[in-house]
Design a protein around this ligand. Structure first.
Ligand SMILES: [Zn+2]
Ligand SMILES: [Zn+2]
Length: 395
């Protein structure tokens, strides 16, 4: 079948299954779970995709709420859809509820939808469809572990779309290190025997001063932000233990490593000044910057235009946050796209307001457009080996 005919068939299948995909989005929305604890969501998604003949590995590579579902053969490209289903803390009346304020329920539905529609067209192409369940994007970032453990070794292309406040096919993200510094001194009475004590909190304060001085001497894309998670127990005791956490970010992993070393040196200097012993570790996985592939962006843009998304953010702003998709994009060509939730006034991910719109016609509308465009972009790659070669060469 010709590609244009096949695309029309894909649209038709998606239209017929609309409500089913919306229900997936709603189910995850109504069962929000924190990163690494997405038991209900991962169970539900694996159960659902199994109904369409996919083979399931769950848990996957030692991660309890990760999974891999696949269908197809080894005679063509392997295309992977990156599912996410973790929610965020701090919502509801008393800020004590977990909620899908980043719309990962929508991601779960769009990636599952794309896999299901492709599975129904499988007789028309060779290759493999993979739905990869990737937990805790907001915190630990398990895509890092999945990459490290070879989950993407056989993947040719990875896709994901995210509901956002702009249509953007040229997304950027910052490489990021998350480091916790722990200083251990000696406790003593702060008034009667201060000379016996070694003040761990002083080390933290001196470290912050060092980092603030460092800010003048780093490139403008660098972001360094920290908090004190333990600053002592009582004001009349010289703090024996003090702990701080830093996120350190930059456009490129290579430069980030230089900056991270300088931040560590600030901690070492502070330790030397007070005598408090220093230890440090990554408290979350390191994230890499997203690598974009022009040909893949062109295909995706064209297929989004074909389903009516035309107003793309041009000359995109500088990079902002960080995501573990960056790590995937370092090992296989990855297409990460943001689609605009068209509401007025505009709402933003992680805001309370955003939650009101996740089960509305505007969210569903872009859900279907995302499924359709990921399916048609994949079909082009499955059917045209030269296209895959071009993407890989560019990558
Ligand atoms: Zn988020
Ligand atoms: Zn998100």
């Amino acid at each position: 079948m010709e590609i244009q005919q096949l695309k029309q068939l894909a649209y038709k299948i998606e239209d017929e299954m609309k409500r089913e995909f919306e229900e997936v989005s709603d189910f995850i929305l109504n069962n929000p779970e924190l990163g690494g604890k997405e038991y209900i969501s991962s169970e539900y998604l694996t159960h659902k995709i199994k109904e369409y003949g996919f083979e399931i590995t769950y848990p996957y590579l030692g991660i309890e709420t990760a999974f891999r579902a696949e269908l197809g053969d080894d005679e063509g490209p392997t295309i992977c859809f990156l599912s996410e289903y973790d929610a965020l803390p701090g919502y509801g009346q008393n800020n004590d509820e977990v909620a899908h304020a980043c719309g990962h329920n929508w991601i779960a539905a769009s990636t599952l939808g794309a896999c299901v529609v492709l599975s129904k067209l499988k007789q028309h192409f060779k290759g493999k469809i993979v739905l990869m369940g990737t937990p805790a994007e907001e915190t630990i970032g398990y895509k890092y572990d999945l990459v490290e453990n070879g989950a993407f070794n056989d993947i040719d292309i990875a896709f994901q779309m995210h509901i956002e406040s702009e249509n953007n096919i040229n997304c950027k993200s910052l490489a990021m290190d998350s480091i916790e510094f722990e200083f251990t001194g000696v406790a003593s009475h702060a008034a009667s025997h201060p000379h016996k004590g070694i003040n761990a909190l002083d080390s933290v304060n001196l470290m912050f001063a060092g980092v603030n001085a460092l800010r003048q001497h780093v490139k403008s894309d660098v972001r360094i932000h920290g908090i004190i998670t333990n600053g002592g127990q009582a004001a009349n005791i010289v703090p024996e233990k003090a702990v701080c956490q830093y996120y350190i970010r930059a456009t490129e992993r290579k430069y980030l490593e230089e900056v991270t070393q300088k931040v560590i040196n600030c901690a070492k200097g502070a330790s030397l000044m007070t005598g408090a012993k220093l230890s440090y570790k990554n408290f979350e996985n390191p994230f890499d910057n997203i690598i974009n592939v022009k040909t893949l962006q062109d295909i995706t843009k064209k297929n989004l235009q074909e389903v009516g998304i035309v107003d793309f953010l041009e000359g995109a702003d500088g990079p902002t946050g960080s995501t573990d998709i960056g790590n995937v994009s370092q090992v296989c060509p990855t297409m990460y796209t943001e689609l605009k939730l068209d509401v007025s006034p505009m709402v933003y991910v992680h805001d309370k307001e955003f939650l009101k719109y996740l089960d509305t016609p505007s969210a569903y509308d872009i859900l279907h457009k995302s499924i359709k465009s990921m399916v048609t972009s994949s079909l082009e790659i499955y059917l045209d080996r030269e296209l895959l070669k071009k993407i890989k060469a560019e990558f």
